[in-house]
Design a protein around this ligand. Structure first.
Ligand code: NAP
Length: 495
């Protein structure tokens, strides 16, 4: 079945895949790679090749830094109101084209269309939010305690930024960086994930149409991200690295950035606990669990990775979750009634299978799913595992798939200790009707974000980010997101 045949109803906006794959986007131009090499973009629901995009070389990377440097003086001098209006236009165009963008995301990433629609709304919101923030960047003024001088603090754009993003939110992870960077007055080079480049390029065309000047945003795809990143970070004109991806790659990039003492923002992996106390509202906890686990079919850094359920509610929660998970419709992301699309690659499915097999070998009981399917596409069934051992590999590793492992606990202290027994600290979920306990446990869990009686934390108006090995810095929020792209300059003066 072709993509067009899968897309129903017939009046859905079809993405122009050829236009999205037309070239690297450097200095406002669509260019082939200087090597002539290309990268295959694969449809995860069939395994078929959807398109090819250029595989950038080091020369292409240098060209993108030159373009970002040439555009920098006039972009930082552009009045904040004008920058704000351009960002606002990016938001409006994304909303106008939201159905096309959602379909494109669904086609190349595999996620269910309903999740892709949610991602487009979330991704566009970073432009609206930062359009509003662009005109509210202020400085500070004070008298030195000695009384001898005045203290003026001016916030200036940090300079050229290298932005590297993962495949799991191809639109939102890019706009969460590009929008605040542009609001702050920076120019950028975006390197999207090789699996999902089409959305990044389709968005670049939208920025151009919205009035973003040439060279302010450059996009390049490559199969050699290591050498290209090293080359870009070695250029003294580049002052910022903002990365979203795995903790392992994040560590390597921090080491690379250290060579030139580049400012780094790191949004890395997670291992979110989902803690349910006996007094929780069972239906609300199950609703929240389905969102926290199954948004993007579990391929989210904030995905609930470990369900800690108190003894008194354990059986009812386990049964309720298995009922809901087994009722989900698995299928190609672009079909309108799909709940759970394919995983991104065959390798991702094999990793999930390995983690589930390990948990089963250590005593886990399968309540639903749990078997590797055969056939085309990279599918894994929604799975619930009960009585999972804390020694299982999935207690420490990101599953990144539709698998919910349940662990039983007795006391609040035990729940907090188990939740914190990980190198990660991104998101956590807590369900209880006792507000004092909810706040106490939220305070005790080592995570950058806590959802208390909710299954979702992400919000462009709130600071997103992790502690421990889940990252450094914050994206979004009232001033946090833009602050990552600015430097404070202190001027001492007397009068
Ligand atoms: P990944 O393998 O770390 O890749 C992320 C990006 O880094 C991709 O663009 C990748 O390019 C690039 N990359 C890989 N190796 C590189 C290197 N040596 N130098 C420079 N760039 C390099 O992560 P992923 O599999 O795409 O994404 C899943 C991970 O991202 C999960 O761990 C998830 O938790 C995390 N994540 C975190 C957040 C957050 O906000 N904290 C949000 C979403 C995802 P290629 O595609 O070309 O390999």
């Amino acid at each position: 079945m072709t993509i067009a045949q899968q897309i129903t109803p017939a009046n859905r906006q079809l993405p122009d895949i050829d236009a999205a794959a037309r070239g690297l986007y450097i200095d406002g131009q669509w260019r082939p790679s200087q090597s002539g090499r290309q990268i295959d973009v694969v449809d995860p629901s069939t395994g078929a090749i959807l398109a090819v995009v250029p595989d950038a070389t080091i020369e292409d990377a240098r060209a993108s830094v030159d373009a970002a440097a040439a555009a920098a003086p006039s972009w930082r001098a552009t009045p904040p109101r004008r920058r704000s209006e351009i960002l606002r236009r990016c938001f409006e165009l994304m909303i106008e084209r939201s159905e096309m963008l959602a379909t494109l995301i669904s086609v190349e990433n595999g996620k269910a269309l309903k999740d892709a629609r949610g991602e487009v709304a979330y991704a566009a919101e970073f432009f609206r939010w930062n359009a509003e923030e662009a005109v509210r960047i202020s400085g500070e003024f004070g008298v030195a305690p000695s009384g001898t001088n005045r203290i003026i603090v001016d916030y200036q754009p940090i300079g050229i930024c290298l932005l590297i993003t993962p495949w799991n939110f191809p639109a939102a992870m890019a706009t969460r960086k590009i929008a605040p960077a542009l609001a702050a007055g920076c120019t950028v080079i975006l390197k999207p994930a090789s699996e999902t480049p089409l959305t990044a390029y389709a968005l670049a065309a939208i920025y151009e149409e919205a009035g973003v000047p040439k060279g302010v945003v450059n996009v390049l795809t490559t199969t050699t991200p290591g050498p290209i990143t090293a080359e870009v970070l070695a250029d003294p004109r580049v002052r910022k690295l903002s990365f979203t991806g795995s903790t392992g790659v994040g560590r390597q990039l921090l080491a690379e950035a250290a060579k030139n003492v580049i400012s780094c923002s790191m949004e890395l992996g997670g291992n979110a606990p989902f803690v349910v106390f006996d007094d929780a509202d069972l239906d609300a906890a199950l609703d929240g669990a389905m969102i926290a686990k199954m948004r993007n079919a579990g391929e989210a850094c904030t995905a609930a990775n470990r369900f800690y359920v108190q003894s008194g509610i354990y059986d009812a929660f386990a049964q309720g979750l298995a009922d809901r998970m087994s009722a989900l419709k698995v299928g190609s992301g672009v079909e309108v009634d799909t709940d759970c699309g394919p995983m991104i690659t065959r390798k991702a499915v094999e990793k999930i299978g390995r983690l589930v097999d390990d948990a089963k070998a250590k005593g886990a009981r399968v309540l639903c799913g749990g078997d590797m399917p055969s056939g085309a596409g990279f599918f894994y069934p929604p799975t619930v595992l009960a009585s999972v051992s804390e020694d299982s590999e999935m207690a420490q590793e990101e599953i990144f798939g539709p698998v919910a492992p349940l662990y039983r606990f007795e006391t609040e202290e035990e729940a907090i200790a188990s939740a914190n027994d990980t190198e990660y600290g991104l998101a956590a979920y807590v369900y209880t009707r006792d507000l004092a306990r909810g706040l106490r446990v939220s305070s005790g869990i080592e995570a950058g974000m806590i959802a208390l009686n909710r299954g979702l934390v992400s919000d462009p108006a709130a600071p997103f980010g992790g502690v421990k090995q889940s990252g450094l810095g914050r994206e979004g929020g009232q001033h946090h997101g833009i602050a990552e792209f600015m430097e404070a300059k202190y001027i001492a003066t007397s009068f």
